[in-house]
Design a protein around this ligand. Structure first.
Ligand code: PMP
Length: 384
């Protein structure tokens, strides 16, 4: 055991601040202790460098320590790191989000995807006067109580069963939704699943959800924490042309700083305090460093960026020769028969995948042909 992990275990439960960082699921004792990141690379405390396909679980669409993001954050910090009152920059970021995400007319900024999802559910319940809701086995919406049972990501990796509410049905199973949607406040869904590995929506699935929600009076909530600004600038709702009532955003929207958001139609969002009676608040909400980073990133996400990401994605599709490979835009998963062995093989060759099959590989503008080809070669070598 390294000294750092030994110290971590003495003061942090399990030695990590988020269970998905633990590596026991892939047969390793210790998490990766990172010293720094640059572009597509991570460097650990022992000086080993890795091509990083995790990118902090999705936010870093321009890679680690993106110079422009760093500059705006440093400049913002010099003017104060938090004020707890309104700023111009948070208005600008909200304007940017409203312009980009087709169904969002009003948006509120928070600090994590968990908070955003939790509040979207509260709002859907208040707006409909209904308590039950429908969600999908293997989707993940953060760690608020109602979302935990049969959730994806670390809940699934660790095989935990932790309370939870909601009528849980299989992803892509519209018949099951039809059976369960009656009297529901909302249907909560990842429009492209990314927390059970990448699973694209079946043809007609999102349209079917829209139809079932309209017929039953349930609200449709897209959790676009991963897909937002990733599978298209306007997220999955732009890519698939299906508009939800409420949208949950996180990761890319904060440019790699702690920021998330939820938004939707004006009259729904107006239910939030102080305009309405549904309470939600946050000391660091709309934080000036995070809004600076988010604005800098969102303003650079032009159509050319998505074309470039798609081209990189097509190059990465070579992985399909080595197992079931799913990709939607800049998110992908290679489902391997023995994922832990694949993970360890790649790590030994300087390539870092998520330490669980339930997560996605995240492409960024800084993954070049060289990083992609090295990854494909290492997988080929493993499969040989
Ligand atoms: N929703 C989805 C789809 C996510 O992938 C995540 C986190 N991976 C969350 C919500 C929760 O976000 P956070 O970790 O910022 O609380």
């Amino acid at each position: 055991m390294t000294d750092l992990y030994d110290r971590a275990l003495k003061v942090i439960p399990g030695g990590v601040n988020s269970p998905v960082r633990a590596m026991k699921a892939v047969g390793l004792e210790e998490p990766l202790f990172v010293a720094r990141g640059e572009g597509a690379y991570l460097e650990d405390v022992e000086g080993r460098r890795f091509v990083d396909w995790v990118l902090s679980w999705g936010p870093l669409i321009f890679g680690h320590a993106d110079p422009e993001t760093v500059d705006v954050v440093v400049a913002a910090a010099r003017e104060g790191t938090t004020f707890g009152t309104a700023t111009e920059r948070e208005v600008e970021l909200a304007e940017e989000i409203v312009a980009a995400v087709p169904s969002v007319e009003l948006v509120r900024l928070v600090s994590s995807g968990t908070e955003a999802a939790m509040t979207a559910l509260r709002l859907a319940r208040a707006a409909t006067g209904r308590e039950p809701f429908v969600r999908f086995r293997g989707n993940y919406h953060g760690h608020a109580d109602p979302f935990l049972s049969e959730a994806g990501s670390g809940v699934r990796t660790l095989g935990l069963e932790a309370g939870g509410e909601g009528r849980v049905v299989d992803y892509n199973d519209l018949d099951a939704v039809e059976r369960e949607v009656d009297g529901a406040a909302c249907v909560f869904v990842e429009p492209v699943a990314g927390n059970m590995g990448v699973v694209p929506p079946a043809d007609g699935f999102l349209e079917g959800l829209r139809r079932l929600c309209d017929a039953s009076g349930a609200l449709l909530v897209f959790d676009e924490v991963i897909t937002g600004f990733r599978v298209a600038r306007g997220g999955a709702q732009e890519r698939y042309g299906v508009l939800p009532d409420l949208t949950v955003l996180g990761k890319i929207v904060g440019g790699g700083l702690p920021l998330a958001a939820f938004g939707g139609r004006g009259e729904l969002m107006e239910r939030l305090a102080p305009a309405g009676d549904v309470y939600q608040a946050g000391t660091l909400s709309g934080n000036p460093l995070a809004t600076a980073a988010g604005l800098s990133v969102l303003r650079r996400l032009t159509p050319r960026v998505y074309e470039a990401l798609e081209a990189k994605g097509r190059r990465l599709d070579a992985l399909a020769d080595y197992g079931r490979f799913e990709r939607v835009g800049a998110m992908a998963t290679l489902f391997a028969d023995d994922y832990p062995a694949l993970f360890r093989h790649l790590l030994g060759r300087g390539i870092y995948l998520a330490p669980s099959q339930n997560e996605a590989m995240f492409l960024s503008t800084v993954h070049g042909d060289d990083e992609i080809d090295r990854t494909v070669e290492a997988v080929a070598e493993f499969s040989a």
